[in-house]
Every structure is written in C-alpha cells, then in structure tokens.
Design a binder for this molecule. Structure first.
Ligand code: MIC
Ligand code: SF4
Length: 748
C-alpha cells in the first residue's frame, strides 16, 4: 500500500540529501533525512533546531475513532471534496472491555452505531480508508500495513510514534492538524532538537525492549523529550526486533518526545516480508543508505545530536514504573523494598497485557512461556489477567499457535482487538472508588484514573512477561528473576527466563481484515450526522478575537502538579461524547487538582462565592455573563495524549488564556489551533503569586509578535496589583489563528 509513496520518495531523496549536506556542511542524521525529504520547500525552509518552524508534507494521516470525530468535523469545515493525502480511520478506542472479545465487540457496534456510521460515511465520501471496529488498534494496524522506512506519517494519537519501529517518523498530532493536512496544507512543527541514544550489547533473559524505554523514562523524565526527536543508533539497535523497536518508539510519547526512530535494518526487512510487503523490503534494501544516518554520524555522534545517552542492553535490568507517572522507574529488584517503604498495597488486583504498545508475537510468545511455567507448577493467575491483542492478525496467530489457550487456562480473559482497559473502557468488577489498589499492565500510561476510572488506583507498568509473572504471584513485591514461588504442591520453583519467537515461524494467521475502501468518487454521498444525536454535533466556528486586551479575567483554575490531558479531559465514560463538544465539555478539568480546592475537578465561582462546583459549571456561568476566564497550570501542562478536547472544551467554555510553567508539545499546539493564548511564566516562580480571587489582565495584544513577551497584570483582591511577564512561542501564522478565533477560521 505504501509502495508508490516509497518509490517516489526514495527517487527524490539523493538530490535533496546532497543539497542538505552542502547547506549544513556535514553529514545527515536519519531524522534530518526524513525531515529534509518531506520539507514543503527545502530551499526556503529555515533549518534551525529548537527555533524554526518546519513546514512538512506528510505521506499519510491516520486517525483513531475517538479523535477522528473532531478531526473529520473540522476537515468538513474546509469544504474539500477529497483528502489530499492518503488517510485512514481506525475504530479501536470506543470498545468497552467487559465480557471478552466477541460480546464486547457486538455491544460496541450497537452502542456506537451513530459514531461508526458517521466515520464510515465520512471516510467513504472523502476518500479515506476505514478500518472497522475489531480490526485492531491503530498503531499496530499502521505498523502492519502502512509504515515504511524513511516515511513521515502524522496520526491523531500520541502513540503514533510506534511506526518508528519501521524506520519512519510517525508523529502524534491534534485533529485540527490532521484536518489541515487532509485539506492540502503543509504540516507545521517546531524543528525538534535531537537526542541520540546509542545502544550497545544485546537483550537477554528477562530483559525486553520495553525495559529500554522504561529505563529511559526514569532517566529523561516525562518532559525530557519535549520538542525533541529521539534517534536510536549503535550496534545494539539492530539486535532488537522491529516490533520491539515499535514498543520503544511508542512509549517515547511518555518522554514527551515529538517522535522516536530507528535506522532501517535487517529486522525491519524480516517484518516487512512477513507482513506481505516483500516488494517494499526489497526497495528499502536497494536504498538502504538513504534510510540510515550517514556513516560519519555514528563515528562522532556528539557533533550531530544535541544530547547523547548510552544504554548497554546486556546489563539492562527489567524495570517497573509507577504509580501515577511513567517516569517513576526502578529495576524490578528494587521494587519490593520501595513498595514497603512507600506503603504501596502489595496485593495485585489485576494484571493486563497487550495494547498498542506490547502485543507483538514476541511479547505474546514470551508471556505465554511464563504462563506455561505457572501452569506446570499447578498455578493460575491470582489476579484477573486480561489480554488485549493489537490486531486481527495477532489475535488469530495467538489462537492458532495455542497462546490463547494457555492464557485462558491460566484464568485469563482475552479481550477484543482494541484499547479497552488502557483508556478507561474497562469495567473493573472489584474496583471501589476511594480505595487504593495496585494493578500492573504492559501498557504505556498510568495516570490516575486512567484504566478503571478510580483516581486512587496505583497503576504500575512493566514488560508483558514480567506482568504475566506478577499475575501468577499476585504480589507486587515478587521478583521472578531472583525469587522462588510456591507451586500447587507446596514446592518452591523458579521461573526460567522467558523464551519466545520474534515472529511466527508459520507466518501470521489472518482473520477478517476489516478494511473498507472509500468510494471512487464521493460526489452525491452524504455524511451521516443525525440532527438530534447525543453523540455528534456539527461544529460552530469560535468567535473571532474582538481586538481588545483581556482585562481582569477571573481565574478559573490553578492546577497543581501533574496536569495531563487525562486530568483536563478524562476519557473512559466520556469517550462517548468525543463528537459532541457541548456535552463533553462537562468533563472539563474533572481530574485536575485545583490549588484552591481539596477536591479534584472542583472550584469556586469567584463572582458569587459559591464553592464545590465543577469547572464546567463555573465556566458556563461566566460564559453566560459574557465573561472569559484564565487557566494557570504547572509544569509540562497537557502532558500525555493528543486529544484536542482538552483545548476545545476550554475554548468552547470561554477560557481565553492558559499560562503555565511549561507545556507539552501536542497540547500547546492544540491550544493555539483553537485560538487560546498559550503563555508561559517568564519567571516560573510567578506561578506562586496567583491567588484564587485574582483578576488577571493580559495586555498589549494588538502588538502580539513572535518572541516578544506579553505583559500580565495580577489584580489582587485588596486593590493592589503586580505586573509580570509571560513568554510564548507564537509564530506570525499562529497570531493569525489567534486573531481569527481558531486556525480553522483563519483558513476560511
Ligand atoms: C491515549 O492513549 O491517551 C489515547 C486515548 O490514545 C489518546 C488519544 C485520545 O484521547 O483519544 C492519545 O494518546 O493521544
Ligand atoms: Fe489505545 Fe492505549 Fe494505545 Fe492509546 S495507549 S492507542 S488508548 S492502546
């Protein structure tokens, strides 16, 4: 499917690379090769890392159902007949996990009918490929079908970087970005800096690709990758399977990285071949030098990367991260002591494997090997053990090769090929609100409330093989590498290190592919949006900026500590309103910690003094009075997902400005796209100066200019005021978005 795109790309690469080498006066990293070959205009583009905005032409767009709704609603406002680049929609997020694959899927098709019909009819009309519910999780399906070395794809999901496992730059974006690219515009992103990760040695025993990224999360933290691309290199890179590379790149999102990528190698060839793309593999082999960094880069990487990290795969220990954040990492051997010291509940209430991050054949076969050892010792999973396969191929191959049976014998439940419990679509039978329990998964996110909707749940992440061992022991302090476990006969035994196959010797089994091609011509076809729908609502353009400064805006919320998009716009039960801006806005900030309230998501209407209201209630009251408001946030505000609802709901409810200590990349762009002024405190300590009763003015807006700080005046309740400075990263073009009320308004 990507053959023609790849052919054209590889043909034009040599000439562009020669120009770039000349211009930069040096060889090129792999990242630069992909960026240069996708520049909208190489000649006029400014190539300055960390400063310039890149205008790029992605090869394709991928959208998942929860974000595709807004992406399509926005695309439709551009009045185009057809998408300008190959695009696909994948139905994966809206399937609830409760009774196992078959029943869950049937129910999802029924309860999401309106949304699926909308997406399917829009896809058909506008020339977009449609992957039906049950076909698989977007990133796995993209890896199996669309990813190719040297390519550039954008996806309306933060884990799009999974595609880096096949040597491409795959980048998560908000729906507005996707809509614009589908409408034919170039895609803009801050020219990222580069982190080079040099891998040496070889993984062995219990250590898996997941541990590489869990370790890096601990080392670099959740904001260590912001506005950076992580490029892996070194002899260790080619020892890791393509799907393992996918896992590592996928979870680069947890570093906040723009994306992550591996150089083309033999592991990718094998994966392309087994996924029926031998032609692409051969083409890539013939063009290998274009798809890896120039040789001088690995000789003196310090000249090419802004930061270098060394990881010796041979000595890397399996890691466990969490709770509540993916950068709280430690080797598994240290887990028991830490759990005791910090008082984590040690009984595991659930163990979950699979998801877009970790459901490769390698993951599943290694986990099954651990499960078999447990069964041999007469044991079953002590905690509910749930398996989320990434795609139809994975599911049918697991079934054919007996792994499903092994997991089921262990007491596991195999869920549908979808996100399910990873995104709060999980009916956890024993979960009790207000009670802290521990769970462990091989997923990528562990923010509070993420899986079971219970904020107190302590969610830990580890490799699927470690999670399987945890499932059998039911104990967070168990270290399967060094400790023994009691079998059913009372005798102690030790797990042998997991063994598995990278890829199925018999090839992948196939199920129903679930792909629906678009109509040859969309002329005369209609997009189905029932006018009385509870799930879908056509968008109204946001009002234009009235040219006035923001004077004395009340403070809606000052968030304290981690404020991820899951805090700003929770998922789980709210996923069903992703196509209805008014309805979903009721979830605004429900998970966020307000500096002025002891209860998350609650605050005070400062105009009336009424406390204990949700942020949406307060904002709706202000809006009804024609008053805008301001949000103050902490570090790395908007961390996590690409969901633009975290920007659209505030915009819809009249938030005009968000000032933080710092932003996560996708969310900052999403705010700008929706016409919200995204500012950062010039002095982060000024965050402390903001109080509940303050009225805040942001002035000099008609002279808003790139690089020029903005003046913010804080009017105190006692009549005094103080003025501070705020910075921003707004470009000329983004000023036009702000003035027009949104990027989309600026288009029309
Ligand atoms: C996630 O993992 O948080 C999600 C759900 O896949 C999101 C997208 C969404 O909120 O729909 C993401 O990662 O971007
Ligand atoms: Fe789905 Fe979870 Fe992957 Fe997001 S991280 S795409 S919710 S499986």
């Amino acid at each position: 499917m990507s053959m023609d795109i790849a052919k054209n790309l590889y043909t034009k690469m040599p000439d562009l690379f020669a120009k770039a080498r000349k211009k930069f006066g040096r060889g090129l990293t792999l990242t630069e090769k992909v960026l240069v070959s996708h520049a909208d205009n190489f000649e006029t583009q400014i190539w300055e890392r960390g400063k310039a905005m890149l205008a790029l032409r992605p090869d394709r767009v991928a959208m998942q159902d929860a974000t595709a709704q807004m992406a399509m609603l926005q695309f439709m406002q551009a009045n185009k007949k057809k998408v300008a680049v190959p695009s696909t929609i994948h139905c994966d997020h809206l399937i609830r996990a409760e009774m196992g694959s078959e029943k869950d899927l049937l129910r999802a098709v029924d309860e999401n009918k309106e949304v699926y019909n909308f997406l399917a009819s829009a896809a058909k009309k506008y020339g977009i490929g449609f992957w039906k519910p049950g076909a698989g999780i977007i990133h796995q399906v993209v890896l199996e079908n669309y990813a190719f070395p040297g390519g550039l794809i954008i996806g309306t999901d933060s884990h799009t970087p999974n595609g880096g496992g096949l040597g491409m730059l795959a980048i998560g974006v908000g729906g507005a970005d996707a809509g614009e690219v589908m409408a034919g515009l170039p895609w803009e992103v801050l020219h990222p800096k580069l982190i080079g990760i040099r891998l040496t040695g070889k993984l062995s025993g219990w250590t898996s690709p997941k541990d590489v990224i869990l370790y890096l999360c601990g080392l670099l933290t959740v904001k260590g990758g912001t506005n950076k691309i992580v490029e892996y290199f070194g002899p260790g890179a080619e020892t890791i399977s393509a799907t393992g590379k996918g896992t590592i790149c996928n979870m680069g999102a947890e570093l906040g990285a723009t994306t992550s990528v591996f150089p083309f190698d033999q592991k990718m060839v094998v994966y392309l071949n087994i996924t029926d793309r031998a032609d692409l593999a051969n083409l890539a082999i013939a063009n290998k030098s274009l798809l890896v960094a120039d040789s001088e880069v690995s000789q003196s990487p310090e000249k090419y990367y802004d930061q270098i990290v060394e990881v010796d795969l041979s000595t890397l220990e399996p890691h466990v991260v969490g709770p509540h954040t993916p950068d709280l990492a430690r080797p598994i051997s240290k887990m028991a002591a830490e759990a005791r010291e910090k008082g984590y509940p040690v009984e595991l209430k659930a163990a979950l494997i699979g998801s877009c991050t970790n459901s490769s054949y390698e993951d599943i076969s290694r986990s099954a090997h651990i499960a078999q050892q447990g069964l041999k010792a007469g044991l079953k999973a002590k905690a509910p053990f749930l398996v989320s396969p990434g795609s139809e191929r994975i599911y049918h191959t697991m079934k054919r090769d007996g792994f499903l049976e092994t997991f089921e014998k262990l007491g596991g439940t195999v869920l549908s090929n979808s996100c399910g419990p990873c995104i709060g679509q999980w009916k956890r039978a024993d979960g009790v609100k207000g009670k802290a329990d521990s769970i462990v998964s091989s997923f990528n996110r562990n923010f509070p409330g993420r899986n079971d909707g219970i904020n107190e749940t302590l969610s830990f992440l580890a490799s699927p093989e470690i999670v399987t061992a945890y499932a059998i022991s039911g104990d967070l302090t168990f270290d399967p590498i060094h400790q023994m476990l009691k079998g059913a006969d009372g005798k102690e035994f030790k797990f042998q290190p997991p063994q598995g196959e990278e890829l199925p010797a018999k090839g992948f089994a196939k199920g129903e592919e679930g792909f629906v091609a678009p109509a040859a011509s969309g002329e005369g076809l209609t997009v189905e949006v029932p006018p009385t729908s509870e799930r879908l609502q056509l968008l109204q353009p946001f009002p234009r900026w009235d040219g006035k400064d923001f004077e004395k805006l009340p403070l809606l919320i000052k968030t304290k500590g981690k404020t991820t998009t899951d805090h700003i716009s929770p998922a789980g039960p709210w996923l069903k309103f992703r196509g209805h801006l008014d309805k979903i806005s009721d979830n605004m900030f429900l998970g966020a910690n307000n500096a002025f309230s002891s209860e998350p998501g609650k605050g005070t209407d400062v105009l009336t003094g009424e406390a204990g209201l949700t942020m949406a209630q307060i904002a709706r009251r202000y809006k009804a009075k024609g008053i805008g408001s301001i949000v103050v946030g902490d570090e790395n505000y908007g961390e996590g997902s690409s969901r633009e609802h975290a920007a659209m709901s505030p915009r819809f409810l009249n938030v005009r400005v968000v000032i933080t200590k710092s932003f996560a990349r996708i969310h900052e762009t999403n705010l700008k796209k929706q016409g919200i002024l995204a500012l950062t405190f010039a002095d982060p300590k000024d965050y402390e100066k903001i109080e509940q009763q303050d009225r805040i003015s942001v002035t000099g807006l008609s002279a808003l200019a790139p690089g020029k700080p903005v003046q913010v005046t804080i009017h105190k309740a006692d009549g005094t005021s103080l003025t501070i400075q705020a910075n921003h990263s707004i470009t000329e073009q983004q000023i036009a978005w702000f003035k027009a009320g949104s990027a989309l308004n600026a288009l029309n």
